[in-house]
Design a protein around this ligand. Structure first.
Ligand SMILES: Nc1nc2c(c(=O)[nH]1)N=C([C@H](O)[C@H](O)COP(=O)(O)OP(=O)(O)OP(=O)(O)O)CN2
Ligand code: ZN
Length: 149
């Protein structure tokens, strides 16, 4: 048995690691240029002019090769710090339509939010020598979006 060969494959294999975070935030689905009636027709109760909120669960999956010295793809402490500073601190207990710089002028749908979260995280994760694989964002326990960039 060639164990040296096996070691090489273990180290070079692509591996995926995921950090789960949570935030709650208010939003509404509406277009400013539409009347309340047209918004209600399109978005239903989600267009309620006085907002509503969700408890969001966010899964951030990073991929890369394992560093043979640390055994890490990315230090989870670093990943947590990046997600918190770039995303959670900006969203938690906030109004997505009004308070969040990276959502300005965008629809506050789960799809748009997942794409913008991906854009917020990609560069800083890459600066740690890993790659951002996907964002999975649960708006409710029944509804979630996955985005792979
Ligand atoms: N494509 C999308 N459709 C909808 C989105 C979205 O982000 N993308 N969002 C909403 C609303 O935000 C709405 O608040 C969703 O909540 P709800 O309808 O209550 O969903 P639940 O799964 O919790 O409730 P059910 O009873 O299972 O419907 C709407 N559409
Ligand atoms: Zn909603």
């Amino acid at each position: 048995m060639d164990y040296g060969h096996q070691f090489f494959y273990d180290i070079c294999a692509m591996i995926y690691i995921t950090r789960k975070e949570h935030f709650n935030a208010a939003h509404k689905l509406f277009r400013e240029e539409w009347s309340n009636d047209k918004n209600a027709e399109m978005f239903g109760k989600c267009s309620n002019p006085n907002w509503h909120g969700h408890n969001y669960d966010l899964f951030v999956t990073v991929k890369g090769e394992v560093n043979p010295e640390t055994g890490f793809v990315i230090d989870l402490k670093d990943l947590k710090q990046i997600i918190n500073s770039r995303v959670i601190d900006k969203l938690d207990h906030k109004n997505i339509n009004l308070d969040v710089d990276f959502m300005k002028g965008k629809m506050a749908s789960t799809e748009m939010l997942a794409m913008e979260i991906f854009n917020q995280l990609k560069g800083e994760i890459e600066s740690k020598g890993a790659a951002l694989h996907s964002i999975k964002l649960f708006e409710t326990e029944n509804n979630f979006v996955e985005y792979f960039g």
